[in-house]
Design a protein around this ligand. Sequence first.
Ligand SMILES: Cc1ncc(C[n+]2csc(CCOP(=O)(O)OP(=O)(O)O)c2C)c(N)n1
Ligand code: SF4
Length: 288
Amino acid sequence: MATLKDFRNNVKPNWCPGCGDFSVQAAIQRAAANVGLEPENLAIVSGIGCSGRISGYVNAYGFHGIHGRSLPIAQGLKMANRELTVLASGGDGDGFAIGMGHTVHAIRRNIDMTYIVMDNQIYGLTKGQTSPRSAAGFKTKSTPNGSIESTLAPLEIAIASGATFVAQSFSSNLKQLTELIEEGIKHKGFSFINVFSPCVTFNKVNTYDWFKENLHDVSEFEGYDPSNRAQAMMKLMETEGLITGLIYQDKTRPSYEDSVYGFKPEGLANQDVMLSSDQFDKLVAEFK
Ligand SMILES: Cc1ncc(C[n+]2csc(CCOP(=O)(O)OP(=O)(O)O)c2C)c(N)n1
Ligand code: SF4
């Protein structure tokens, strides 16, 4: 059985020392080992950004895609090989700016895969521009007088879009982050995990200390029930989204794969056969 070291490769990340993305890399490697995966059963698809490099830093199949397009690639991969555990990952710019349309539709489609966003509230790779996650008033080279747009709320958008698994964590909390990734992998459907992952080079506002002061964990809320959609939404709104833990999970909705007629294991679509013309007609009929 594979252990943590089997998910390590000898590629040295070129992230800045202290970048939050190191913890995400470590948490993915730990979670993969803890749930009993082998490197050949795991594929990581990433977008473009500092965070997007993560697909090259884990010993598994890796696909470094294009900006904002990790999810279409990852969904195609999963549909082509349902035996594979598929993780998609990228930054808040990648997932919530250029890729936002894909994010919302992947969430509502509910294919069985896990999406991890390294949310540093800024564009890191391109040297520090304002992102949709930057707070109003946030000053960068692209908004020198402060951002006049409001901050996008990805967790609320996810829940409103029909998400079945929504969690949030912080790079400093490796234990929680690892556990949430494990839960996300085990969840039968689309799991969305937003990770506050500080950019120590360009974001001097949302620092490790800032998060430590401002984040609350759901365990602090008495009687918090992650299966209660309305309560999850209310807590997110009350805290401006600054909560960590398993925020919402719906275990009852089947995944996309389990809902598509003909995509079930017994369906002809899953048989490794040379099709005769009769079988071909039968296969076509499965998808009618
Ligand atoms: C189509 C396209 N548009 C713009 C870019 C330039 N670009 C590269 S990464 C990036 C944003 C990076 O920010 P984020 O996704 O938050 O990742 P981070 O670097 O912060 O991890 C942009 C705008 C690009 N590579 N491709
Ligand atoms: S620029 Fe920011 S996000 Fe990119 S590696 Fe450095 S600290 Fe991390």
